[in-house]
Design a protein around this ligand. Sequence first.
Ligand code: GRF
Length: 188
Amino acid sequence: TPIAVLISGRGSNLQCLIDACAADDYPARIVAVISNRPDAYGLERAREAGISAIAIDHKAYASRESFEAALDSALREAGAEFVCLAGFMRILTEGFVNQWDGRMINIHPSLLPKFKGVDTHKRAIEAGESEHGCTVHWVTPGMDEGPVIAQARVPVLPGDTPETLAARVLVEEHRLYPEALKLALEKA
Ligand code: GRF
């Protein structure tokens, strides 16, 4: 399946998908990486892997809808049939989400439905959680609310900071995302 990966930054989850797609028996290939931030390091990772790297700077568009129209054209031009959000930090409108209904997934650094939104690691520590983790889910109009495809758990350890906890979760994100994408493609 031709997929696009949408990013805003570092792109370490993008990298794990690039690596997974390199295997002959993996059911996806990446046809485009799109970032709303032109300086995202993930775009470098895409170029390095010989994948089309596209910047669509949201600041250049007057409205969310016009930004999304550009995004949608780029996705269709690239021939993407499925979309993976990987650290993509723009909220998508219901209109856009519905166009990709059943064909768009996201990775979120918490055990959803706990800790939707940002600063998940800090909030998990402050809430005194003994367990934390990450979730890959279908994207629906409500932010971080779609049906769960797969989750991975890590312990919260004494003395954890948001940074140490994030690092522990990230290891699991990189394992989980390729596995969950494969599951999602079987259901799409
Ligand atoms: C990841 O923790 C992802 O779950 C979150 O943002 C981070 C992105 O990291 N939503 P990267 O850009 O994939 O390295």
